[in-house]
Design a binder for this molecule. Structure first.
Ligand code: SF4
Length: 693
């Protein structure tokens, strides 16, 4: 059903950014209803349960509708006026800066913030606070793929082609992605692929609902997919399936990469991964016999202490077989928060400036400083990555401004991070509900939600989208841009931080001009009329760039780079004390830390709490029955949740979703070992033992 009275917009949650329309109802308890929007090509009207129920959060009983300030007398959060709350935040940040220097103030953003907010938050940190200590939770989602993209192709965009290309390729290898749970409307691309005669290979330690659709399911032991990719490339070489012409014409570094894979014999790879040699050979045959192919990775390979190399190994497979830089072929990253892509392009990442410029590049600093009207020398250098920043709280970082993130639930080694947050001299949190992190704050600022504000998002295809304000926010709530505008004014920057999103976007266009993620040809009118514009779009009238790398890669010489990588073990291996592998992930009816979705009755009914998924043989060994409470213990702590017994998981592995706080908080257990390049923590592999609770 379509409806001319409804406002076209996009879902507030994941990086697919499904199109929907919102029809205001005028009823306070349900201020808007979702209307199908079939004209947006990514989802063609389909939504998962999270998208369908998103308006419920707008009128949630637990919605914050006024600022809260911690009382010095009682220690409780008590209502305050906006003037009092903003003054308290400005005072906390100013005092910390004066006493301990600018880097004692940290800023933590989120992958759900619009481009305008991410841009303003980065500018606020560097211009108003003068701190290098800014990063965002998107570091936990896509940073390994981003780093591998940069290394191989000279540019990072989640997908270098639109999703509509997927059904027309010959074979897809989907690595560590469970689209059926994470992005259900995207599953149809795989269904159509198979209807068109294409082949689907799924690499996942669990036989997920996505893996069930595969022509071939490979279930490696968690943390060994790098070895798996090397083993496949070894077979490609051994069987003479290298695309020599593509390698010669379009790449560099092949000989070194080739030499590196020759020691990865199939039998050795079988020993490391648990994937049989015949399955390895079948995968190579399926991938190479198809005339075109794609490798799509997600958090499985990326959230490892070797995530960048793991993604790099899959990219090498694409390059060696000529499955990159050609129509209907390539490598892409199929994951992320709503604006995980745009969030890292415009300056809330520790090492980046708007337009995907590097903070340590003098020319980039000069360009952006010129737009901002400041001396390039005044801009701080790169700061710490997300986990390192959280780990430093209460140490040399003594105050934190946090927007759009809930690290008490979403960060690795979560109990430790919670302790670091508690040890701060000052914490200010902007959020829509009193999340577990907001509950620790000295000041809580209630902000608008997606339907109540205008702004752009960049989805995983690099498609810049506009979300128009469809509803008035509740009285007492302000937008994040209004918060930054107010704080900047109180801290002596009355200009340069407009609260109007289009004004911010116009400045963002200029700041991004000439950079890798060039938005200078994009404006609100175009995005609205065309239903989205793909970056780079370097001038008005430029059509945008749906498909990258068809002529040349974004490296200096135009060639893709093979980067030699070798397999290494996870940072923490199983042993006699911790004999089982824990891997974490998501379920379809909850999103990230659950700050929004745990407030939706329908979603809670479908996914009421955490669980520990384990194989019947493992359950029998420890004497646990279905539904019985089970304690999972790692070197970081313990979590308790009911057992869910299924033969779809490897007997040496347990799975926990990470959406909940309290005793079932999966991230309490997670090892914060970081990838040396992307600084992404190892959410996907750690060693645990199981006990009956
Ligand atoms: Fe929203 Fe993602 Fe679900 Fe689409 S798949 S409706 S963007 S949560």
């Amino acid at each position: 059903m379509s409806d001319a009275t409804a406002v076209p917009t996009h879902c507030p949650y994941c990086a697919l950014q499904c199109g929907m329309s919102l029809r205001p109802t005028g009823a306070p308890e349900a201020p808007a209803e979702v209307v199908e929007r079939a004209d947006f090509p990514v989802n063609r009207g389909a939504l998962c349960g999270k998208g369908r129920t998103a308006p419920s959060v707008l009128s949630s009983r637990v919605r914050l509708t006024g600022p809260l300030v911690r009382s010095p007398d009682t220690g409780a959060l008590v209502p305050a006026s906006w003037e009092e709350a903003l003054a308290a935040v400005a005072d906390g940040l100013r005092r910390t800066r004066a006493d301990h220097g600018p880097d004692a103030v940290g800023v933590f953003g989120g992958g759900g913030l619009t481009n305008e907010k991410a841009y303003s938050l980065g500018k606020f940190a560097r211009v108003v606070l003068g701190t290098s200590q800014i990063d965002y939770n998107g570091r936990f989602c896509m940073s390994s793929a981003a780093a591998a993209h940069q290394r191989a192709f000279g540019l990072d965009r989640g997908l270098p082609f639109p999703l509509e290309d997927v059904p027309r390729t010959g074979c897809v290898i989907l690595v560590g992605s469970n689209l059926a749970e994470t992005m259900p409307p995207a599953l149809r691309y795989l269904t159509e692929l198979k209807e068109n005669g294409g082949k689907l290979i799924v690499v996942d330690p669990r036989r997920t609902r996505t893996a069930e659709q595969a022509d071939l399911h490979l279930a490696p032991r968690p943390g060994t997919d790098l070895a798996l990719a090397l083993g496949l490339l070894h077979l490609v070489v051994a069987e003479g399936r290298v695309d020599e012409e593509f390698v010669r014409e379009r790449t560099t570094g092949w000989e070194e990469a080739r030499a590196g894979v020759m020691s990865h014999w199939p039998e050795q790879v079988e020993r490391i991964t648990g994937v049989s040699v015949p399955s390895l050979r079948e995968a190579v045959a399926l991938f190479c016999d198809a005339g075109s192919g794609m490798v799509l990775t997600a958090r499985g390979p990326e959230q490892q202490s070797k995530g960048t190399d793991t993604v790099g190994a899959w990219i090498n497979l694409c390059l060696a077989t000529g499955r990159a830089g050609r129509p209907l072929s390539g490598y892409g990253c199929l994951t992320g928060q709503g604006n995980g892509q745009g969030g890292r392009e415009h300056g809330q990442k520790a090492d980046q400036l708007p337009g995907y410029r590097k903070l340590d590049d003098p020319a980039a600093r000069a360009h952006v400083a010129g737009v901002w009207g400041v001396d390039p020398e005044s801009l701080p250098g790169p700061g710490r990555s997300a986990y390192e920043l959280l780990d430093a709280l209460g140490g040399d970082v003594k105050a934190l401004l946090l927007m759009g993130s809930n690290p008490v639930v979403s960060a690795p080694r979560a109990a430790h991070v919670e302790g670091r947050l508690r040890s701060l001299d000052f914490l200010a949190v902007a959020d829509v509900v009193l999340s577990e992190t907001a509950a620790l704050a000295d000041v809580v600022l209630p902000v608008t939600q997606w339907a109540e504000e205008t702004g752009t998002m960049t989805n995983l295809e690099g498609r810049v989208l506009l979300r128009r304000r469809a509803l008035d926010p509740p009285a007492g709530v302000r937008s994040d841009l209004e918060v930054l505008h107010g704080l900047a004014g109180l801290l002596g920057h009355g200009k340069g931080f407009p609260a109007d999103p289009e004004e911010v976007f116009e400045e963002l266009r200029r700041a991004s001009a000439g950079g890798p993620a060039d938005y200078s040809g994009i404006d609100y009118r175009r995005v609205e009329e065309e239903g989205g514009v793909f970056w780079p779009c370097p001038e008005p009238g430029h059509p945008g760039t749906p498909r990258l790398f068809l002529e040349r890669f974004a490296t200096a010489d135009g060639r893709a780079r093979f980067v030699p990588v070798t397999h290494r073990a996870a940072a923490e291996e199983t042993d006699a004390e911790y004999p089982v592998v824990l891997t974490t992930g998501r379920v379809v009816s909850q999103y990230q830390s659950g700050a929004q979705t745990r407030r939706v009755d329908e979603l809670n009914a479908a996914a009421p709490g955490p669980f520990v998924e384990l194989h019947p043989r493992l359950a029998e060994r420890i004497g646990v029955a279905e539904g019985e409470r089970i304690t999972v213990v790692s070197r970081r702590g313990r979590a308790v949740a009911p057992a869910r017994i299924t033969a779809s998981i490897r007997p040496d592995t347990v799975f926990m979703p990470f959406h909940w706080a309290g005793e079932g908080r999966a991230n309490t257990l997670v090892n914060p070992a970081l990838d040396p390049v992307s600084r992404m923590p190892e959410f996907k592999v750690c060693a645990v033992r199981l006990e009956r609770a």
